[in-house]
Design a protein around this ligand. Structure first.
Ligand SMILES: C[C@@H]1N[C@@H](c2nc3ccccc3[nH]2)[C@H](O)[C@@H]1O
Length: 452
């Protein structure tokens, strides 16, 4: 281990109350809103299938043209209480919202820029309305902030000249001022989700990323900061050059999950995955037919998988330019609510159990009550799930959360192994599907001899 000045500041999981609350929340709502919602993935009559909040990049729109969208910012249907109520009903315990995405538009009246809501036709302080409404219903609020800024003249992708150096120094001051302003204006904020930190300019400023972390924690003790902010002395990100996690939790799982086979290391730290409902749309896209859209059961499995590996999950919505929520997202939140009303106790304060992973699904252990839950996603054709317990541990009873007065039959399978019998048959026999496969080597899908 080499001594680093701007690497990890401490090891292990933070045990203070604020972090414990983050860990118990488990299920959060991600909100991506900004000028990009106005074109909604379409520019000059052309639909771009890429992420809608990146449209400026896909359609190669010059910043001064993109900035004109500010004149159309008019979310006259925006109702923070309605959003907060929907989120509360759905069972989200925390919420993370974009204060400023890569486009640079600020959803609060900032004294450091005119590219903000205060300079738009509709001057509503979106951050103020949201943090008040969500805090009032008991949902913790976190701020997403993009360091990458396509609008600000002093942003640099890399520092290659004295001019770059001076510009980026001005940019760093702009960011420091905005972050201070956000905490001072909205003191209930619980933490920051930094993004847009992959460029060389940030990697060359590891010291600054630590200073941001320290500044936020001095402004508000207990503040929570994600690993994506951080670069160390040598530009190593998330994990420093000694492979130690920086920030308060790992935030590298974007639209992907750690594997139970290879990544159980994540269970030794706090981490959070973030996911989109379409394959890759964070901001509002008017045409969701451009990709697969996850069903509610797929979203529930993402949530379960994260909690079963000791992590949190942020499920994203991309509100419409008028301030309303699209029907697919309202339906999704309603269906999450219906499932969480019955099964939320397995998710909240849930954690990694460590028993042998089974194909039928996931185990979750409650951090506080030590209750154990089996969450079945892949119903076995045998109608029985196998539960293999560690030496000295046995399963006494099995009650479905749907109706805890019901008892499921348990039968011996072998040493430290039982069957739990599932209530209703799904298949009468193994269900075989014939696949027609074509390969790039022109094979007609016939099974090629294994190479030994
Ligand atoms: C949480 C997500 N992070 C942003 C993002 N920008 C990327 C650039 C390259 C590869 C992945 C990216 N994700 C997305 O726009 C969204 O805000």
């Amino acid at each position: 281990n080499e001594s680093l000045k701007y690497g990890s500041q401490y090891e292990g999981k933070r045990q203070d109350e604020a972090m414990q609350k983050f860990r118990e929340n488990r299920l959060g709502q991600f909100i991506h809103w900004g000028l990009y919602a106005i074109p909604g993935g379409k520019w000059d009559g052309k639909i771009y299938p890429g992420a809608a909040e990146w449209l400026q990049s896909w359609a190669d729109v010059p910043p001064e043209e993109w900035s004109k969208l500010i004149n159309q910012w008019n979310p006259d249907e925006f109702d923070a209480q309605e959003w907060a109520h929907m989120a509360k009903e759905a069972g989200f315990k925390y919420m993370t919202v974009t204060t400023k995405h890569h486009e640079g538009f600020c959803l609060w009246p900032s004294e450091y820029t005119d590219f903000d809501v205060a300079s738009a036709p509709n001057k509503t302080d979106i951050m103020g309305e949201l943090i008040d409404a969500y805090t009032k219903v008991g949902i913790d609020v976190y701020f997403y902030y993009s360091i990458l800024d396509w609008h600000h003249p002093d942003w640099r992708y890399d520092i290659k000249s004295e001019e770059d150096e001076q510009a980026f120094e001005r940019y760093k001051t702009y960011v420091d001022n905005q972050l201070t302003e956000l905490v001072e204006r909205y003191p209930e904020v619980k933490g920051f989700w930094f993004d847009g930190t992959w460029d060389k300019s940030v990697k060359k400023n590891g010291k600054w990323t630590l200073e941001i972390q320290q500044m936020l924690k001095s402004l508000k003790p207990g503040m929570i900061v994600n690993s994506r902010l951080r670069a160390d002395d040598h530009g190593s990100r998330h994990f420093d050059s000694n492979d130690k996690l920086m920030g308060d939790y790992e935030s590298g799982y974007e639209r992907r999950l750690p594997s139970f086979r290879e990544d159980t290391i994540v269970t030794t730290r706090d981490w959070e995955a973030v996911m989109t409902v379409p394959e890759n749309q964070w901001g509002y896209h008017q045409d969701w037919s451009v990709s697969h859209v996850k069903s509610t059961n797929e979203v529930l499995e993402w949530i379960t998988h994260s909690v079963a590996m000791g992590g949190n999950m942020l499920v994203n919505i991309g509100p419409k330019p008028d301030g309303t929520i699209r029907q697919q997202e309202k339906t999704l939140m309603k269906e999450i609510e219906q499932w969480m009303d019955i099964n939320g106790e397995a998710i909240y304060a849930g954690d990694y159990l460590g028993w042998e992973k089974q194909d039928w699904g996931y185990y979750i252990a409650d951090q506080k009550t030590n209750e154990v839950y089996a969450l079945v996603f892949n119903v076995p054709v045998t109608q029985k799930i196998t539960v293999a317990t560690p030496e000295g541990i046995s399963i006494e009873e099995a009650h479905p959360l749907k109706d805890e007065s019901e008892s499921l039959k348990i039968s011996e399978k072998g040493p430290n192994e039982v069957f739990i019998h599932l209530p209703q048959p799904m298949f009468e026999a193994p269900y075989v599907i014939k696949l027609k496969v074509s390969g790039k080597d022109g094979s007609k899908g016939t099974y090629r001899k294994a190479k030994t």
